[in-house]
Design a protein around this ligand. Structure first.
Ligand code: 3PG
Length: 477
């Protein structure tokens, strides 16, 4: 009999099934195409746990130890709902369905309610790490009832990535909390990737560097605070050669970015919560604009193509000048990364307050230290910063204040040079703008308040009368 069932033998499902079996779990497999399940059974024949290919829902359910735990790895939305619908009549009261896809957290809340009404338990679980992570250890973020979590956490902790022996796998709160955290993970991932793409653009278009040399710069960053999975694979991508044309791979990849929606959801949710998320927004916008290849070509004909030229050709040839420019770029990336993480965790804090989730920010940072796409050397420091004082904004924790203070000048220089060179660096620009706005003591919101009151009598607070809302003199005329 199987300890756990897994529905959906796509890329992630296949790898996760093998991972569970490697960790000694017997897993029932179900897919519309039984051949896929059979292939996994043969691929995992030498593993500790047994994999069992099931021909239909009935065999699948009957072959599991009760109370049953079913992991579902199918595309979110319709396909997930049909799996739930087909299993519900066959499952017994108290059985558990866990959705490991990238579902929208409000949909997860709806499914929790519907399953509980049918006497079943439901968990919404984000998993990150791609196919490699699913096989060798992903990062897992669960939400739903704690009782359901207690039931399934054993096999999941076994399969999860480990950071210094600790599984990167946890339960964070009721309802859609797990999927909200996974969504935000992807929002930060979007910002991280956009910053990397901008750094690549500065080196390629601003300084005329070749892809392989750019790859070497990324690889060099692995020795400092930018050490992260995404920077590591950026080096690999930049250094790779196309086997067909022998050109750098980056030169044969069309500059039109795709997206599946989690970045966009993160921005929309942040806006609803009133939490600044300008770096994720810049990243989503950049992908949106990149998608309009034809529009960009037409605009380039009308207005001239950006960037308008290399930053400083004379300087480019001087090794020392390039060295110092690269140092500034690394600084800019470090400062911007602190801003991106600060924004990301503030969105999570707002969500926790608004939805009464009591999210443990330190624990979230802990499960992101290994296995997931945004894993980075800074995440251990982030968890420590929140363990020390969870009420404090990340950038106000001494380690991060220092990182930002030491690197903000680089961010300013890089953004200024990009702006004057006509080179688009929206995420870096958003970071600088956020950093500046966040430390402005006397902002211009007094003008906004004056205008709101002038046209809409919305009232404002006076600096000399704390808290009291008053109208300006303009209404008296
Ligand atoms: C994924 O879920 O595969 C990625 O983390 C985000 O996907 P996207 O870049 O296609 O939106």
């Amino acid at each position: 009999m199987a300890h756990v069932g897994l529905v959906g033998i796509g890329v992630m499902g296949r790898e996760f099934a093998l991972n569970l079996a490697e960790n000694g779990h017997t897993v029932s497999l179900l897919d519309r195409d039984i051949e896929k399940s059979r292939e996994v059974v043969s691929a995992g024949s030498a593993l500790k746990g047994e994999l069992i290919a099931c021909a239909d829902e009935k065999t699948f359910v009957e072959g599991m130890v009760a109370p049953r735990s079913v992991l579902v790895l199918v595309p979110s939305g319709g396909p997930l709902d049909s799996v739930i619908e087909s299993l519900t009549p066959l499952l017994d009261q108290g059985d558990l369905i866990a959705d490991l896809g990238n579902s929208y957290y409000k949909e997860t809340e709806r499914r929790v309610t519907a399953c509980e009404a049918a006497g079943l338990q439901f968990l919404g679980m984000g998993i990150s790490g791609g196919a490699e992570g699913a096989r060798n250890g992903p990062s897992i973020m669960a939400g739903g009832s704690q009782e359901s979590w207690a039931r399934i956490k054993g096999p999941l902790r076994d399969a999860a990535a480990k950071f210094e022996g600790e599984p990167c796998c946890d339960w964070f709160g009721p309802g859609g909390a797990g999927h909200f955290i996974k969504m935000l993970h992807n929002g930060i991932e979007y910002a991280d990737m956009q910053m990397i793409a901008e750094a690549y653009g500065i080196m390629r278009d601003g300084w005329g560097m070749e892809a392989a040399a750019i790859g070497d710069v990324f690889a060099g960053w692995m020795d400092g605070p930018l050490n992260s999975y995404l920077v590591e694979i950026a080096a690999e991508v930049a250094r790779a050669t196309d086997p067909e044309t022998r050109k750098p791979m980056l030169d044969v990849i069309l500059d039109r970015a795709g997206q599946k929606g989690t970045g966009r959801w993160s921005v929309i949710e942040a806006l609803h919560l009133g939490a600044p998320a300008s770096m994720m927004q810049a990243a989503v916008e950049a992908r949106n604009i990149s998608a309009d290849l034809e529009g960009r070509r037409e605009s380039a004909l009308l207005f001239g193509a950006a960037p308008e030229g290399r930053f400083d050709r004379a300087q480019k040839d001087q090794d020392d000048a390039l060295k110092s420019a690269l140092k500034h770029l690394e600084s800019a990336m470090i400062a911007a990364k602190v801003c991106a993480y600060t924004q990301g965790f503030e969105v999570l804090r707002r969500a926790s307050e608004a939805f009464d989730w009591s999210l443990d920010l330190a624990a979230i940072a802990r499960v992101w230290r290994a296995g997931c796409i945004i894993r980075s050397v800074l995440l251990d420091d982030i968890s420590a910063a929140f363990e020390e004082d969870v009420t404090r904004k990340l950038s106000h924790a001494p380690k991060f204040t220092e990182l930002l203070n030491d690197n903000a000048e680089g961010l300013k220089l890089v953004v200024a040079q990009s702006v004057t060179g006509g080179l688009e660096t929206p995420a870096l620009y958003a970071a600088l703008s956020y950093h500046n706005a966040s430390r402005t003591q006397h902002s211009t919101a007094n003008m906004i308040q004056g205008l709101r009151d002038r046209f809409g009598a919305h009232r404002f607070e006076r600096v000399d009368a704390h808290g009291e809302l008053v109208n300006g003199p303009w209404h008296e005329r």
